[in-house]
Design a protein around this ligand. Structure first.
Ligand code: PLP
Length: 358
């Protein structure tokens, strides 16, 4: 089937570029201390997770317990939930899941650790724990070395749990455009980890893993030699936000196909809006089907995209490729991802964890 025969809006990825991105990541990490534990939030597609394992990933990171369940159900054996599980029912589910795979969760409070320990004991499982360290994002995590060491020691002494490492994700620097500035910030964060690791070792605790990092900091993390796990997710697709960053070895592979449904002087309307495009980051970029950029100001409404002052002729019925502003929030809006080669559809992958937000 031709790409242009898909009903729009449709989520599509250039298969060759997708694979080239996976290979570029494998090459980047070859011979380094840093290993890949890619984030599932970007693709939510178990078939892609398995492709990533084929390109050297040691396991998969995800944000939600239901994503972890989807991954385990597909046969992924090593899963990190890069979040705190505090709901009592979810703690039981996590403890049971830990019997099916090697499960790691993030912890930043003693109460949570004690409840998780009880759930793991009752299930007869072992739940690995990364203590989360807030290195500047102001999201989850403990904020001082003393609190970190104290919590890691408590976890180490609790039945059913194991202190397995440090979770330290600095999403606040993932999209810094300047390569130099991103480098400066990354190295400063790494110094915080070096200092914390020394304290943990001094307290008799082994640091088996330091996990974090994004597509934006992947090259820097590989060179830095401090982190042992890279949680990049967007690198397989990129998007218009990551497309603006300097010095990334990945290319855009993901598009939403849309149809021009109306035109008038200086305005073209596409049949995709926020129900088909993640709009939480930079605006989307519009391309012709041949990949030529169509300049113009973009406004995304519920069901429509308005392109003001488009360069070139656009006619109703014509299809265009839209590079989403944010790949992760876009993928979650679709049931399936079509892989294409030039103008042909090659495969259809189910977004198995679509809507797995619990
Ligand atoms: C915990 C965690 N790790 C890693 C990432 C990096 O993902 P990406 O490479 O898509 O920027 C994110 C992004 O939100 C995240 O929340």
């Amino acid at each position: 089937m031709k790409l242009t025969q898909l009903a729009t809006p449709a989520l599509v990825a250039d298969e060759k570029i997708l694979i080239e991105n996976m290979r570029a990541m494998e090459d980047l990490l070859h011979g380094r201390k840093l290993q890949l534990r890619p984030h599932y939030k970007s693709n939510k597609c178990s078939a892609i997770a398995h492709m990533q394992m084929g390109f050297g990933a040691i396991g998969i990171t995800c944000a939600k317990l239901s994503e972890a369940e989807d991954l385990a159900d597909s046969g992924i054996e090593d899963i990190l939930i890069a979040n705190q599980i505090v709901d009592p029912e979810k703690m039981i589910r996590a403890a049971l899941l830990a019997k099916k795979c090697r499960l790691t969760v993030c912890v930043d409070s003693e109460d949570n650790a004690r409840l998780l320990s009880r759930a793991a004991e009752a299930a007869g499982s072992l739940v690995h724990c990364y203590v989360e360290y807030d290195i500047g994002m102001r999201r989850c995590g403990v904020t001082s070395e003393e609190d970190f060491v104290r919590l890691a020691k408590i976890i180490d002494g609790l039945p059913g749990l194991e202190f397995s490492g440090i979770q330290a994700y600095a999403g606040n620097i993932a999209h810094v455009v300047s390569g130099e500035e991103r480098k400066r910030e990354t190295r400063a964060n790494e110094q915080k980890i070096v200092s914390l690791t020394a304290k943990l070792k001094g307290a008799g605790l082994e640091v088996k893993a330091v996990s974090g990092g994004s597509t934006g900091t992947s090259v820097l993390k590989a060179q830095g030699g401090v982190y042992t796990e890279l949680q990049a997710g967007s690198y397989i697709f990129l998007d218009s936000t990551y497309g603006g960053l300097e010095s990334l070895p990945f290319k855009n592979s993901l598009f939403v196909l849309a149809t021009v449904i109306s035109t008038r002087e200086g305005l073209a309307i596409l049949d995709v809006g926020v129900k088909g495009l993640g709009v939480d980051q930079d605006p989307p970029v519009i391309l012709t089907m041949d990949g030529e950029r169509i300049d113009g100001e973009v406004q995304v409404n519920e069901e429509h995209l308005k392109l003001f002052g488009p360069s070139g002729e656009l006619v109703p019925g014509e299809m265009v490729k839209v590079i989403p502003g944010h790949c992760c929030s876009t993928v979650n809006l679709y049931d399936r991802l079509y892989l294409f080669d030039k103008d042909l559809v090659k495969d259809r992958l189910m977004i198995t964890a679509r809507g797995c937000s619990r």
